[in-house]
Design a protein around this ligand. Structure first.
Ligand SMILES: O=P(O)(O)O[C@H]1O[C@H](CO)[C@@H](O)[C@H]1O
Length: 315
């Protein structure tokens, strides 16, 4: 029995009318963080910061410096939030930073949770539900990713227009389990997940700042191993432009909770597609992401200043 199982509420087990051995791990994990528990976590955070963020930003590997741009910042280490997961991956500091960015109230997550760390999908996406309860209207998701499409070079920014996720396609979905309609509906359409109008606005920023960007499909693999050559070739043929181990499930929970989503990748390496290609290395990935973070930071700041001019874009 894992530690979460012991805490599953009787009401949940009764609803299924089955012994808990018949319930999937995802459903059990999901049931643990009830709406009420998320509400009390959000309240605890709110009492501490006394701040109402409108936009949440999740920083990918090596991209935590975005949080350092936040003005009048109040920071809460994850370790000081009871029952909040901990960051275990290099390049993910583990702080929530509240303050203003480009004149808008934001919460910035310096460090995300990945399924390969051993966290359930619902735990990886718990922060999104808390952001919703804190009053956020949209999330900006960032990540480090390996380029598959050969038009993508190391250091490029790719705006995500769609995703394909092996975990999600194979019933590893954060929404599995008893649904609480207060968060969102049972069935969630995701064919318009990465809001087009917001992507267009991001492209305007790209032009204004003269920072060229690509637009493409992000692929999620489970990790923590990288891809074989055969995996990469398959992913490319399937339509993925780049590949990483995060983001897609966060985007789905955001859509489920009624939050708008904008997501972008920094291409930190070329996913190997030939037997002679170099091996990806996480330390190097973090280094490249940090070195190229300025472009994403400028784009996000410009994007936020445009949202500020027309808040109806995220209503
Ligand atoms: O997606 P982020 O958090 O940027 O991290 C990416 O970098 C790590 C691999 O080097 C994986 O965790 C992958 O998902």
């Amino acid at each position: 029995m894992n530690s979460l199982e012991g805490k599953v509420s009787d009401a949940f087990l009764k609803e299924f009318n089955l012994p808990k051995e018949f319930i999937s791990h995802e459903a059990i994990a999901n049931a643990y963080y009830t709406y009420e528990k998320c509400e009390s976590m959000a309240k605890l955070i709110k009492d501490r910061v006394n701040f109402d963020p409108k936009i949440a930003i999740i920083c990918g590997s090596g991209l935590g410096d975005i949080g350092n741009l936040v003005e009048n910042a109040v920071s809460i280490p994850y370790t000081e939030i009871p029952e909040f997961p901990r960051s275990t991956v290099l390049g993910h500091l583990g702080n929530l930073i509240f303050g203003n960015l480009s004149g808008l109230p934001v919460v910035c997550m310096q460090g995300r949770f990945h399924p390969f760390e051993g966290y359930s999908m619902s735990l990886c996406t718990l922060p999104i539900k808390i952001f919703k309860l804190l009053g956020c209207k949209m999330v900006i998701l960032t990540n480090a990713a390996g380029g598959l499409n050969r038009v993508l070079n190391v250091g490029d920014v790719m705006l995500i227009k769609d995703h394909m996720s092996f975990p999600l396609l194979s019933l590893k979905n954060p929404l599995i389990g008893v649904n609480d309609e207060r968060f969102g509906p049972r069935f969630v359409p995701i064919n318009k997940l990465y809001t087009k109008s917001l992507r267009e606005l991001f492209k305007v920023c790209s032009h204004e700042l003269n920072i060229p960007i690509h637009e493409g499909v992000y692929g999620t693999i489970g990790g923590p191993s990288y891809e074989t050559i055969a995996d990469s070739r398959f992913c490319l043929t399937a339509g993925m432009d780049c590949v990483g181990m995060s983001t897609s499930h966060e985007a789905i929970v955001a859509a489920y909770c009624g939050l708008k989503v904008l997501a972008c990748s920094i291409i930190t390496d070329k996913a190997p597609t030939d037997y002679e290609d170099e091996e990806p290395d996480h330390k190097e990935i973090v280094k490249v992401a940090a070195a190229k973070a300025k472009d994403i930071e400028k784009l996000i700041c410009c994007f936020l200043s445009k949202i500020k001019e027309d808040l109806s874009l995220i209503e």
